[in-house]
Design a protein around this ligand. Structure first.
Ligand SMILES: [Mg+2]
Length: 259
């Protein structure tokens, strides 16, 4: 068994990379198991700030790769780390799910209706009142921070409007754009990884199916990058993009050569 990518920490995107909706990508769980058995650190990086990390643990474990909580890294964690280190003691008005708000509370981030910062997350419980309050705060000049830039989140019921689309709405109503975006491909996501792991950048690889989030994240932060063609990117899209991943494979299964 030979690994084609020389790294100590493997960061995997989830949807389109290790599974498609509720179906594991063929051979993906076996590959993850082999990497762990080789002593490699395997983590999953998701921009989704609407869910509890335990949901991903349950999902991956039920698909056949047992996961611990430390292996799940979300844009919520990147946002919390950014707030702790760069905006200490500033209060936030969260536009987010109850799960998201509970995480902020557990992390002792001050929450207020008249906050210093509007913190926009993937809010699948969004109401008109929340948008209205966020808009009023932005018009007052309060800082605007978003957890991630994705415009849609794929689901088996069709694409869900995600944070990037809500950013566009608030930009239209308030004339304000976020000063900081936390998730892939932006640097706060790399800062949380540097905070969690003492591993040199060259020994880290980002594996994912999206050029403008996963692969740019790897390139922007000095990691190696693996584009897999099991999700949204085709060879034609890759060629037209001008983005150059370190490796391109059909699936994560191809990262390991069986002998
Ligand atoms: Mg993906």
């Amino acid at each position: 068994m030979k690994l084609k990518v020389d790294a100590d920490l493997f960061l995997f995107d989830l949807d389109g990379t290790v599974y498609l909706g509720d179906t594991p990508i063929e051979g993906a769980m076996e590959t993850l198991g082999k990497l762990s058995a080789m002593g490699k650190k395997v983590c999953f990086l998701t921009n989704n700030s609407s869910k509890d990390k335990r949901e991903y643990v349950r999902k991956l474990t039920s698909m056949g790769y047992p996961v611990d909580l430390w292996q799940i890294i979300t844009s919520t964690m990147a946002a919390v780390q950014f707030l702790h280190t760069r905006r200490p003691s500033k209060s936030v008005y969260p536009v987010g799910t109850p799960t998201f708000i509970k995480t902020l509370e557990e992390e002792s981030i001050p929450i207020s209706d008249d906050a210093d910062i509007v913190l926009l997350a993937f809010d699948t419980t969004l109401t008109y009142d929340k948008l209205w309050r966020a808009n009023v705060l932005l018009e007052k000049g309060r800082e605007f921070i978003a957890t991630h830039p994705d415009t849609v989140c794929p689901s088996d019921r069709g694409d869900m409007p995600d944070v990037g689309s809500l950013m566009a709405l608030l930009e239209c109503s308030s004339g304000r754009a976020p000063s900081v975006i936390c998730g892939k491909p932006h640097s706060p996501m790399a800062e949380i990884i540097a905070h969690l792991f003492d591993i040199p950048k060259e020994k880290i690889v980002m594996v994912g199916d999206r050029l403008y989030t996963d692969i740019l994240f790897g390139i922007n932060n000095g990691y190696q990058s693996v584009l897999v063609l099991s999700g949204e990117t085709s060879v034609e899209m890759l060629n037209a993009s001008g983005i150059k991943p370190s490796f391109v494979f059909d699936s994560i299964r191809d990262m390991i050569e069986d002998d």
